[in-house]
Design a protein around this ligand. Sequence first.
Ligand SMILES: Cc1ncc(COP(=O)(O)O)c(C=O)c1O
Length: 397
Amino acid sequence: MPISERLSRLGSGVFARNDRRKAAYSRLAADRASGLPPLLDLSLGSTDLQPPPAAIAAMVERIGRPESAAYCLHAATEPLRRCVATWAGRRFGAAVDPETEVLLLVGSQEGTAHLPLAVLNPGDGALLLDPYYPSHIGGLHLASARPQLLPLDPAAGWRPDFERITAQQWNQLRLMVLGFPHNPTATTGDQTWLDAAVEKALAHGLVLAHDNPYVDLALDGEAPALLRNPAWRACGIEFFSLSKSWCLGGFRLAFAIGAEWLITALRQLKGVVDFNQSLALQAGAIAAIEQAPEWPAELRTVYRRRRDRMAAALETAGWPVRLPSMALYLWLQLPPQARGHDSESFCAALLEATGVALTPGNGFGPGGEGWARLALVHPDAELDAGAARIRAWLAQQ
Ligand SMILES: Cc1ncc(COP(=O)(O)O)c(C=O)c1O
């Protein structure tokens, strides 16, 4: 069957293989006679924590209304766009026009994956951090763009060093895709890093796309935001999500704020692909943002406790941990006991022996090799039990 070249470049093999291994383990563990503990899936950033009741109540109240079942065109998204613009003013001091500078999305994943199709021509260069979030490179492949990787150095605290890019390379770039707080390294980053990127974008005529679904999950101080730099209106677009801050990942609610011409371009592209979320879901988003502004802070308290417990347990097991500054993940260099393993074979062996699933770092690009990501998405007791299983296994290596 004919498969497009751009699809064959996607190469999501690591995640598909990890999924198959998790399914195989679960089948084995389902047989009680196996004596295997159930799968503890720490490989996805999909949280066990719950959304604000006010958000769910708002959705429930509207779900049966006829307008909630209708296609939702741009004009009808105005209440949520207004709410988002007010939030951006409060949060970042940015005066955002809800009519021309805000676009609803069904995920920051969707938005960042579609943006390259809206702003790049085939063969255009785009700068990407390495390690990267998989849909960032996926979107570039779908647009037949040429990714230029900027390796992040652990020794430099994962700070992007834009001086590594030569003048000639800058001239071939049309788009820069960044995201701090950063997945998978769980590094919050710094506003000066983003400001340096803005300078480069302005100097070389690039679009700067900043994926910021973790803006509320910085554990030490404030997260960087493109909207804090007034030049966003000239060259930038920033992606936000209700998935992490309000635990609404399954409801697919997100938005972009950016330069009018970028919002217009992405809106035109999205017009071909899809409609907006149901008005019932949008009402839930408004309720979350307006009625539960404290939700992210409460999540941070839980994630901080989980981070500290898990890090302490892994340290006791002989697995050194660098405490991350962003909630939700631990980004772990393979432990000394992993001798001979690469990140994928290590995670596979760990899963087979303990039922604990991590994400192999190689799924996030070449810079992720030698690392694994652990998501803190289960209650304390389950994380403690998982850490005990890891500890027992490491002791045998
Ligand atoms: C960097 C990054 N962008 C986007 C997403 C997906 O967010 P959403 O649920 O808004 O699509 C994730 C989810 O883990 C992420 O880590």
